[in-house]
Design a protein around this ligand. Structure first.
Ligand code: B1H
Length: 808
């Protein structure tokens, strides 16, 4: 695609699609013109892809996820099409990056889980796998975060306000979804006993399609997001009675379903609307697959040969019951046959062991939204438990634990058990996590059928998270090993040969410094805090959660602060501590941790005694766009969750891929990152997950650690003194009291090892050549953490999916 052709395309689109000739065009107009031009270039791949995907013998994967966090499309699509440079040339003199930066990102996810789904779409497209991502087109995605007086304030995310060029509405593929009501039995024309569901509401799901283009692959995958609309043509009783407002109310009610993303990362929100959202997008997606299957002239007997369906956590797990309902109730298939097809269709990824995230629905609520599904689940469960009984006669405890229905008190439907029973494979997202899935989460299922359990360690796309966000490092790497590593990340290994090359190290340091200088400008513009780009950039960006232990990081900061105050001549490596992340709006402790970070920042940053040795910054509104500016500038990556709590983490991979060294616990994928980069290039501290379990079992007493460690005691006392809270001694008491009395996440036990390890970091950073060597080796050994590797593993081991042959 030559610069001339692109230039003409931009001009055409500016005139004909945007309707704003160059003389009066604003940067927003230019953004739109360029985006339209890029979309045009994607369209023909899309059309071809559609034909190939729906050819008779092609099996495709449907990735069902309540969340997708793709990030802004324009920059990434230019990169993946390989036309960034020519687009720049075509715009001679204009600032392409400015236009790229104007795009609102679709914040249709909370964090790692939604971003993982987006990385997988990028890799599926790049590797030419036939795939569709199915989800919800939330009108309001994850809230925008602003900080007022140190507290998080949530602001509605209006991502659709400027319009969304990347999506195409497909009203002709809309689906009708039933909700509520009751079931009836009847006898059909063949005299067979059947059930039908009489809903008390229906809503229409309208798909919006976004093509996700692969990297230099000629391929793309479809992201199909469902939006809820009222069923206007439906004969509402209200309407018939002439109750216009009643009917409008119904419309508003229907559209509520896809209105807003629940912002509770890893915390169950047992709300009716959330269940309706889950069912809504699952029902639309399953019906869409059935439509495609029948359209291809296939019978539903072969559904599982046409589609494999990956459940991204339990949020879409109702799909198991929905497919059964469709096959049995609508298409009159015998139960056994339908169940066989269902079990061959689904596989389930577990993303968390946190008890508060495990989805379960109170039975009455579930039954009132999905009466027919509840009956089907009972039948699935009855048959399943019969099998269990024959294998483990008399073991009622086991039966109670395996049951899809929790009957230990108030009754619940356990979505994880439904997903387990209805899937042929379950996988965890990092080696350690997958072990814990077997031993802690589903030991009884594991006894029953160990072969069903697999691991697929998460991966991230190097295109967005290195190629796009870190052009300086990308060019430097290209200069040494060529540019094929971007689609074959293992090739980064070739950098090992240059790890000790002083000239290369200097270039490496220069790029890092440029990235830090850029971030320092962003920090100044967005927060007013001035930071020194030559200081060590110590970064913790992720959702705020007690298990992720942002407050352990804060304890270290206060430790340094105390030391500096006690010893005015103390020399330490100057550091900039950067935090970013959103707290669930209802999560009191997480919000208080944000306030604590900001309060410590305020005190430390303006205290002359600190001599600018440390600076603390909370960068508001951490999202994909900001992440892309942050990762390239990191020296140190904080991955300090309590061992056994972080299923995988993916920020850990992105930071390391950008040359940050990790300080971390043996948790999630940290374990494998350390294995890959080498123990000598990783700052390890803290309890292992076995040690943590033993400590808890032996009666953990956090107060003992505090009392036995004067420095730690000083830190807690300083917080309680009101120094960081304008004399308010109670403000942070919920945090300190929790740490001293319960400390569920073992901060007190890990404090001393953490602080000591940070001291090693401090020393290591003084030897810049050695540090840079470690940084180069980290990048060189990140190949495993490409989402290309992860997607290949899913395709080979779980989906049994073949890529399209490359085009001639
Ligand atoms: C992860 C979630 C999650 N695990 C419930 N679980 C949600 C659970 O809105 N909800 O109800 C939303 C999200 N998210 C994360 O998944 C893990 O914590 C990370 O460790 C992991 O890297 C990521 C991707 O596997």
């Amino acid at each position: 695609m030559s610069p001339e052709i692109l230039k003409a395309a931009f001009a055409d689109n500016l005139n004909f699609a945007v309707g704003r000739p160059a003389e009066i065009a604003t940067p927003e107009d230019w953004y739109q013109a360029i985006a339209f031009s890029v979309r045009d270039r994607i369209m023909h791949r899309w059309v071809r892809q559609f034909e190939k995907r729906n050819a008779p013998d092609v099996r495709q994967v449907a990735y069902l996820s309540a969340e997708f966090l793709p990030g802004p499309h324009l920059g990434n699509s230019l990169l993946n099409l390989g036309i960034t440079d020519n687009a720049r040339k075509a715009l001679a003199g204009q600032d392409l990056d400015l236009y790229i930066g104007l795009e609102e990102e679709p914040g249709l996810g909370n964090g790692g889980l939604g971003r993982l789904a987006a990385c997988y779409l990028d890799s599926l497209a790049t590797l030419c796998y036939p795939a569709t991502g199915y989800g919800i087109r939330y009108e309001f995605g994850i809230f925008d975060q602003s900080i007022k007086d140190g507290w998080q304030v949530e602001v509605t995310d209006k991502w659709l306000l400027p319009g969304n060029i990347w999506e195409i509405k497909r009203p002709n593929f809309a689906q009708v979804v039933k909700i509520g009501g009751h079931t009836e039995t009847y006898t059909d024309e063949h005299g067979a006993f059947r059930v039908r569901w009489i809903p008390d509401r229906v809503v229409v799901g309208v798909p919006y399609d976004t093509p996700i283009v692969g990297y230099l692959s000629d391929s793309c995958v479809l992201l199909r997001l469902w939006s809820a609309e009222a069923a206007q043509s439906f004969d509402f009783a209200d309407f018939n009675r002439g109750d216009y407002y009643g009917a409008v109310e119904e419309k508003v009610f229907s559209e509520n379903i896809s209105k807003v993303l629940y912002p509770n990362d890893e915390q169950l929100e047992g709300k009716r609307l959330r269940l309706e959202q889950q069912y809504f997008f699952v029902a639309c997606s399953i019906k869409d697959m059935i439509r495609l299957c029948l359209r291809r002239g296939s019978t539903l007997e072969r559904f599982h040969e046409m589609f494999c369906v990956q459940l991204n956590d339990t949020h879409p797990a109702i799909a198991v019951a929905e497919l059964m309902r469709q096959l049995v109730d609508k298409y009159a298939m015998p139960w056994e046959r339908a169940w066989d097809i269902t079990r061959r269709t689904f596989s389930y990824t577990n993303h968390t062991l946190m008890p508060e995230a495990l989805e379960k629905w109170p039975l009455p609520l579930f039954g009132s939204v999905l009466p027919r599904h509840l009956e089907i689940i009972y039948e699935i469960n009855r048959r399943f438990l019969d099998e269990v009984r024959t294998r483990f006669p008399g073991d009622e405890g086991k039966i109670a634990r395996l049951s899809i229905i929790d009957e230990s008190g108030e009754k619940y439907v356990r979505m994880a058990n439904l997903a387990m029973v209805g899937s042929h494979t379950v996988n965890g997202v990092a080696a350690l996590h997958s072990e814990l899935v077997k031993t802690q989460l589903f030991p009884d299922f594991h006894d029953l059928d160990p072969k069903r359990f697999q691991n697929v360690t998460n991966g991230v796309t190097p295109r967005r998270f290195l190629g796009l966000s870190n052009p300086g490092l990308t060019r430097l790497i290209d200069g040494r090993i060529g540019d094929s590593w971007l689609s074959n990340l293992d090739r980064l290994r070739e950098l090992e040969a240059f790890a000790g090359d002083v000239g290369f190290q200097q270039d490496w340091m220069r790029v890092k410094l440029e990235n830090k200088t850029r971030l320092a400008r962003i920090i100044r513009d967005r927060t007013g805090v001035v930071v020194d780009p030559s200081s060590l950039f110590d970064i913790q960006v992720k959702r705020i959660h007690e298990y992720k232990r942002q407050h352990l990081n804060v304890l270290h900061i206060i430790t340094l602060y105390q030391r500096i105050k006690h010893d005015p001549r103390l020399q330490i490596t100057p550091r900039t501590f950067l935090f970013g992340g959103k707290a669930a709006p209802g999560y009191f402790m997480a919000k208080l941790i944000i306030k604590l970070i900001n309060s410590v920042a305020e005190t430390v940053n303006q205290d002359p005694a600190v001599r600018d040795l440390i600076k603390v910054v909370f960068l508001p509104d951490y999202n994909v766009k900001h992440a892309q500016n942050i990762y390239p500038a990191a020296d140190l990556s904080e991955q300090i969750s309590t061992a056994g709590k972080e299923a995988s983490g993916t920020g850990n991979m992105k930071l390391s891929l950008n040359g940050a060294l990790t300080i971390g616990t043996l948790d999630g994928a940290n374990v494998e990152i350390r294995e890959e980069v080498g123990a000598e290039n990783f700052f390890l501290f803290g309890l292992t997950c076995e040690q943590a379990a033993r400590l808890r079992a032996g009666g953990y007493n956090p107060g003992d650690y505090c009392h036995g460690d004067p420095e730690l005691r000083g830190v807690i006392e300083l917080i309680d003194s009101g120094l960081f809270s304008h004399g308010d001694r109670d403000l942070f008491r919920p945090i300190t009291a929790h740490l001293l009395e319960r400390d569920d996440y073992l901060l007190m036990a890990d404090y001393r090892p953490y602080v000591n390890c940070q001291q090693e970091v401090d020393h290591a950073y003084r030897d810049r050549h050695h540090w840079t060597r470690m940084s180069i080796l980290n990048v060189a050994r990140m190949g495993k953490f490409s989402s290309d590797r992860a997607v290949r593993e899913y395709a080979d081991n779980i989906w049994k999916l073949k890529p399209f042959a490359p085009e001639a």
